[in-house]
Design a protein around this ligand. Structure first.
Ligand SMILES: Nc1ncnc2c1ncn2[C@@H]1O[C@H](COP(=O)(O)OP(=O)(O)OP(=O)(O)O)[C@@H](O)[C@H]1O
Length: 600
């Protein structure tokens, strides 16, 4: 037999499941340690996406349990809308099956591979089927499935499907067993923490081999789910245009207006004019050559950018700051949400934050948190446009040291949200280098860098001032003593002077000529909003100014004033009495307050 014929006999098509079984690394299953993180990430992404679509506040449980020497059971359970029973086998047992591939909107999942790839990985390493429980409403019973994938056909194989009682009203639970280790526990916890930072509306509870971790929500509002938009003429490729045209039965002008984002009467006419085609032609009758001409004209005509506000859901500056505050207690945090921009017809928004101090390591590379569509990116940091953009900034201009990447107690967060995040591979680890996106990242970080520089400058000035003031205050008692010896007078009280030098709030209380006097001076640089409590036997009815509140406690009266004192200003109150009682000041840090009792 001739070689060509021999080879012809060996040719056969392979299923996508077979392909990925051989090329697990492409989907993020390159090692058992990584497999556990990828599985949890895929399942948690799906849970968050599903909750967002159903507008419920996510309550997610993540469990990792050792069942044998090197076999762990991974559990992810959510309170989302659930999945109708007839879809369950396809969602978990067929690769490239999903609801989002053709939708143009921001979502975590896109390809319809993620969770079925985890099922595939499990059956490859342990041969144990995936268990899925799902319930769509309290009116329906939950279904429990045992599912495997028939790899050669890329079709699900349902080993069991039964109705069961389940305490969740609605939601989905997946249990997968595979060979792995817990070597990546730290990274897994980082993933959960980072997920919680950018999803502050989610509550995540994790039980990692008996140790429980809670990531609480700090926002009780659900996210407004992004809406799908039509494709934009500038982001289109010939194959897509062919598919859309084949499915339409209307004339060219209506086809352009109805099938594409932001195309109206005027630019539809312009596109048709530029293509040399007739307006009356039906889109589905266009030949390949004619479609090419149409596409060229679509890309040449100016069309307003796609409506990003509908299809994207940025986290927002306030929520980013709250998310960071929740998990990292820092001395400084600022965030920026940039305006939406477009690359190749795809809308995107860059958000960024910079944090400083707190418990961040003072040495070594800055903590960098990368996110795409609210999902933390944990691998391939070096290959990511986010990292490259950070390294490309001159951080020294913002008083941050740098060795390629910035170093020191700095946290940098970057979130790229898009209807089509350009990842470098299917495992969605790194954002590809797209000039429009990189430019936005750099602008956001430079803007934040300026804020950080101002904070550091102020902090250094304060530090310097405090050191000097402390030095002066340490010699004041000696000076007071010496002067009192010379002038033969009692040693004066130097506390008010100290307050003035150290830039504190000084509160004084004393009885003079049958009146109780309370005096406050603000020597700090900022206005202070204080609550003053004075507990004494006098009811203070004649007090000037009148207390905002008086509470009778036993034989005494607690008088309360709420005041705002500007820097270098003072406030005082006076009432008839012979016993000043006690003075308690709230609203200013203890280290910034001096309270002096003039009678003691
Ligand atoms: N917990 C869940 N609740 C409701 N629907 C779900 C859940 N998990 C998966 N789905 C549905 O199953 C589909 C397939 O999920 P899968 O993880 O395979 O792909 P994906 O999330 O769409 O994309 P990607 O491969 O990019 O992660 C989803 O598009 C969604 O419609």
């Amino acid at each position: 037999m001739e070689l060509a014929e021999q080879l012809a006999g060996q040719q056969k098509s392979i299923s996508v499941a077979e392909f990925f079984e051989k090329n697990k690394h492409l989907l993020g299953f390159d090692s058992p340690t990584r497999g556990i993180i990828t599985t949890i990430k895929e399942a948690v992404d799906n849970s968050l996406d599903a909750c967002e679509e159903a507008e419920v506040l996510p309550d997610i449980f993540v469990g990792v349990k050792k069942v044998d020497k090197d076999v762990y059971r991974i559990i992810v359970e959510d309170n989302g809308p659930g999945i109708v029973p007839k879809q369950v086998p396809f969602v978990f047992g067929k690769l490239l099956y999903g609801s989002r591939f053709h939708q143009i909107k921001q979502s975590r999942g896109q390809q319809g591979i993620g969770i079925s790839a985890a099922v595939l990985y499990a059956q490859l390493t342990t041969g144990v089927p995936a268990v899925v429980i799902s319930r769509t409403s309290y009116k329906n019973k939950a279904h429990r499935f045992e599912i495997m994938i028939r790899t050669e056909a890329n079709e699900p194989e349902v080993l069991k499907d039964e109705e069961i009682e389940w305490d969740r009203m609605h939601g989905t639970r997946i249990e997968i067993e595979f060979k792995t280790t817990l070597a990546a526990k730290k990274r897994l916890l980082d993933y959960l923490m980072y997920t919680s930072v950018v999803n502050p509306h989610a509550r995540i509870k994790a039980d990692i081999d008996g140790e429980v971790y809670n990531f609480e929500r700090v926002n009780e509002e659900t996210i407004v789910p992004p809406k799908a938009i039509l494709p934009h003429p500038h982001g289109l490729e010939l194959g897509q245009l062919k598919r859309i045209a084949a499915a339409s039965d209307i004339n060219l002008k209506d086809f352009l207006i109805n099938s594409f984002s932001r195309v109206g009467d005027k630019n539809a006419e312009e596109i048709i004019g530029g293509s040399g085609l007739k307006e009356s032609r039906k889109a589905k009758t266009l030949t390949n050559e004619e479609l090419k001409k149409l596409l060229e004209s679509m890309q040449n005509v100016e069309v307003p950018p796609p409506p990003a506000s509908q299809c994207l859901s940025p986290i927002g500056e306030d929520m980013i700051i709250r998310g960071i505050d929740k998990e990292f207690q820092l001395d400084f945090v600022r965030a920026r949400t940039r305006k939406s921009k477009v690359f190749s017809g795809h809308p995107f928004i860059v958000e960024a934050a910079i944090g400083y101090g707190g418990k961040l390591e003072s040495e070594g590379t800055a903590t960098i948190l990368r996110f795409a569509n609210r999902v933390p990116l944990l691998y391939q940091q070096g290959a990511c446009a986010i990292t490259n953009s950070i390294a490309g900034i001159n951080w020294k201009a913002y008083n941050i040291s740098q060795q390629g990447l910035p170093t020191g107690p700095v946290l940098i967060l970057v979130h790229v949200a898009s209807t089509n995040v350009p990842f470098t591979s299917e495992s969605k680890d790194a954002v590809a280098s797209i000039p429009e996106i990189e430019k936005e990242i750099v602008l956001a970080l430079q803007d934040l860098g300026r804020d950080l520089k101002m904070f550091l400058g102020r902090r250094d000035r304060n530090k310097q001032f405090e050191e000097r003031a402390r030095a002066v205050c340490s010699i004041l008692p000696d000076i007071a003593m010496k002067v009192s010896e010379i002038v033969k007078k009692p040693v004066p009280d130097i506390s008010p002077l100290e307050g003035q030098i150290m830039k504190k709030v000084v509160a004084k209380k004393g009885v003079r000529d049958g009146f109780v006097e309370i005096m406050l001076s603000n020597y700090t640089n900022t206005a202070v909003s204080l609550t003053i409590y004075n507990m004494s036997p006098e009811d203070g009815k004649d007090a000037s100014p009148k207390p905002d509140f008086v509470d009778n406690i036993g034989d005494e009266y607690n008088k309360l004033w709420k005041v705002i004192i500007e820097p270098d200003n003072m406030w005082s109150a006076k009432y008839k009495g012979t016993n000043g009682g006690t003075l308690d000041i709230r609203g200013v840090e203890e280290k910034k307050l001096v309270v002096i009792d003039l009678d003691n």
